[in-house]
Structure formats: C-alpha cells, structure tokens
Ligand binder design. Structure first.
Ligand code: G3D
Ligand code: MG
Length: 183
C-alpha cells in the first residue's frame, strides 16, 4: 500500500522567472502567456504519484506576487510550508544571483531544515541563455539542494522538479518521524 502525504510548498524567486507559469503547467498542464499577475498569494492543489517512494502526495502549491513586502501576506504564505522551489530565469543572471536572498527569506520564515529545489527555468530560450547548467548545478550542490532545469513553456521537466521536492520532503518527514499527514 502507498503512503499518503500532504505538503504545502512555496514558489520562490524574482518576478517574471516563471513561478506562476510553472505552477499552472504543473497543476493544470497548460501554459498561458497572458496569465494575470498573481495578486497577494494564492494556491493550487495537485495530486502526484511518487513511485520512487511508493507514495501519493497531495501538494498545495503557494505562489506569491508583488505584495511580498506586506508582512501579513508573507506570514500566511510561509506558514506550514514544508518545502520550496527556488526558481530563476536562465536568461537573466540577476535572478540567479538573487537566489541567495530567497534562500535566506525561506530560512528565516520556515527554518533551515526546509528542503529546497533550485529550478533553472526557461531552458527553451537557448539562444538567450546566460547562466549555464554547470553554474546552476555547482550552486545547488554547494548548498546541498537538488537541481532541475525546466521550461514551463514546453513542459520539459516541470513535473520532475516538483517530484524531486516531494522526495526530499518525504525523506525529511521520515527523518523527523512525522509519520503521515502534515497539514
Ligand atoms: P512569475 O510568476 O515568476 O512572476 P510568470 O513569472 O509565470 O508570470 O512568467 C513571466 C514571463 O515569463 C511570462 O511572459 C511567461 O509567459 C514567461 N515564461 C515563464 N516560463 C517560461 C518558460 O519556461 N519559457 C519561456 N520562454 N517563457 C516563460 P509574459 O510575456 O507573459 O510576461
Ligand atoms: Mg506570478
């Protein structure tokens, strides 16, 4: 019998890196170019089978927008989060540099034990790519994070990125002897 898990996760990263596009691709399997700017914070739910851990996971994916500066929004955004995707845009180096800030914010709000996956998004834009696979991997490995390269546009590796995070969260929750339901 498969184990059942429920996890809340957060999408982190600079504006326009593709957090909403990834979430939409993952939860609804489509891509909207004119997706309206996320207002406040919102979540989508998706159930996922993780064969590698013989588990079914219900993910509550929280996506945050510009109002990050409002403390109250930030608190409810992070409350109960068990993991996060740290997203950057491979065509904009600044978004890669800023991963450090997002990591710190996650640590401050959730704690250093939160599993994070670094997601290098927009790999379909090969010609404008400025951050290499090597750089992304080196950063992720140095931090002890998993790494995934995705394209919300083509759908490449999107589910895999979330799945990697699921595996890390399952392993963490097992370590914490927190058996089944989380939220
Ligand atoms: P955010 O939620 O992180 O702020 P969005 O980012 O999901 O709103 O995406 C920002 C812009 O990048 C959008 O373009 C979106 O279509 C585009 N985008 C997101 N993911 C990808 C991807 O994997 N490949 C490509 N080529 N574009 C992507 P617009 O023009 O609508 O602002
Ligand atoms: Mg958004």
């Amino acid at each position: 019998m498969s184990a059942e898990y429920r996890f809340k996760i957060v999408m982190l990263g600079d504006g326009a890196v593709g957090k909403t596009a990834l979430t939409t691709r993952f939860t609804q399997d489509h891509f909207e170019t004119d997706y309206k700017r996320t207002i406040g914070s919102d979540f989508a739910v998706k159930r996922l089978e993780v064969e590698e851990r013989n588990a079914n996971v219900t993910l509550q994916v929280w996506d945050l927008a510009g109002q990050k500066r409002f403390e109250i929004v930030r608190q409810s955004f992070y409350r109960g989060a068990r993991g996060g995707l740290l997203v950057y845009d491979v065509t904009r180096r600044r978004t890669f540099m800023n991963l450090e800030t997002w990591k710190k914010e996650a640590y401050e709000n959730v704690g250093k034990e939160i599993p994070l996956v670094i997601v290098a998004n927009k790999v379909d834009l090969e010609d404008s790519r400025v951050v290499t696979t090597e750089e992304g991997k080196t950063y992720a490995e140095g931090q002890g994070f998993l790494y995934a390269e995705s394209s919300a546009l083509t759908g490449k590796n999107v589910e895999e990125a979330y799945k990697k995070l699921c595996m890390a969260m399952i392993d963490t929750s097992k370590e914490q002897k927190d058996s089944k339901t989380m939220i």
